[in-house]
Design a protein around this ligand. Structure first.
Ligand code: ZN
Ligand code: ZN
Length: 321
């Protein structure tokens, strides 16, 4: 499914079989998760993508050939972080998520809305056993970046998750297993999402703009709506943090300094490191994280993206060739 230019529909097209360069694996795509970031690329909110482009950065694939790290037949995952420079001040300081010259899957290089893909083997992960292909796919971005966001929320015992989509439904399970109280903020009147959050252990689910009846230690904002940031701040205790997990967000409205006073923090989360991935993929089966997925054929990618835009996906959307 090919994107020719931002704003266009994806087109089903036959492309040449991708050729793995040295250090790359050729994969048969078994499943690929659909992420809000795919919409940001499609809509031109993330600028200068490779064009034409195959979107998709939550690839579960079977190794066909190439590289030395994996054997043919191995099942591997390809995340958003497709490659880094390895030499910049961030890469050499264990912060490769902030690399100055990264390549992102389904943005700078072709991704997984396809039958085959190539990937730098150093940035692939073994898929934990016990996860079927489609259920494993959302672990690779919703899970990994969700988990990094949770880590950056610190030891928050009362944790808000604002925007209850693919990432929040995974983070909620991890947070509840860690003994935290989860407060799920959704759009006003989104009963489905609120019931879904409660079924996964949230102690409260309601309108994010109004906020919960309790003071929160941290809020992770997953929805790309800047108005949620002052709303999250208003729910925080002194010293608490708002963690913005998305790669793009609408402008944050002005708010009085008083709302930030009391050593409250606002921070973003950018990308992932391979260490995040190793840690989360080891943790997920022990929780155990169970992903709820809506599986669709690859050729339906446009309709699935439309549903995601409308907020009509429960859990995570996954495409299967
Ligand atoms: Zn993503
Ligand atoms: Zn770098």
């Amino acid at each position: 499914m090919v994107l020719d230019a931002p704003g266009r529909r994806l087109e089903l097209r036959t492309l040449p079989t991708p050729e793995p360069a040295a250090g790359e694996v050729l994969l048969r795509v078994l499943a690929c998760g659909v992420c809000r970031t795919d919409l940001h690329v499609l809509d031109g909110e993330l600028e200068h993508p490779k064009l034409p482009l195959v979107l998709g950065h939550q690839i579960v694939g079977e190794v066909l050939e190439g590289g030395t790290r994996f054997a043919a037949g191995d099942r591997v995952g390809v995340p958003w972080l497709g490659a880094t420079c390895g030499t910049c001040r961030y890469c050499t300081a264990g912060r490769e998520n902030l690399c100055d010259a990264p390549r992102f899957t389904g943005y700078d290089v072709d991704g997984g809305f396809a039958e085959q893909a190539v990937a730098d083997e150093r940035f692939c992960f073994p898929i934990p056993v016990g996860y079927p292909d489609a259920q494993a796919a959302p672990l690779l971005c919703a899970g990994l970046i969700g988990y990094r966001s949770l880590r950056l929320a610190g030891d928050a015992a009362a944790l808000g998750l604002y925007g209850f989509g693919a990432a929040a439904h995974i983070v909620c399970q991890v947070a509840v297993a860690q003994g935290r109280e989860v407060y799920a903020g959704t759009r006003a009147g989104d009963d489905d999402a609120q019931r879904f959050a409660q079924s996964l252990g949230a102690v409260w689910a309601g309108d994010a703009m109004e906020g919960p009846p309790a003071e929160l230690d941290a809020v992770i904002v997953f929805a790309p709506d800047g108005a949620l940031v002052p709303a999250a701040l208003a729910a925080l205790r002194k010293g608490g943090s708002v963690v913005c997990a998305g790669i793009h967000m609408s402008d944050i409205p002005a708010f009085p300094y008083e709302a930030l006073w009391g050593e409250r923090l606002i921070r973003s989360v950018a990308n992932l490191t391979r260490a995040d991935g190793d840690e989360f993929l080891a943790l997920a089966p022990t929780v155990p994280v169970r992903t709820e997925v809506e599986v669709s054929p690859l050729a339906d990618a446009n309709e699935v993206l439309d549903r995601l835009r409308r907020g009509d996906v429960r859990g995570a959307a996954v495409l299967v060739p």
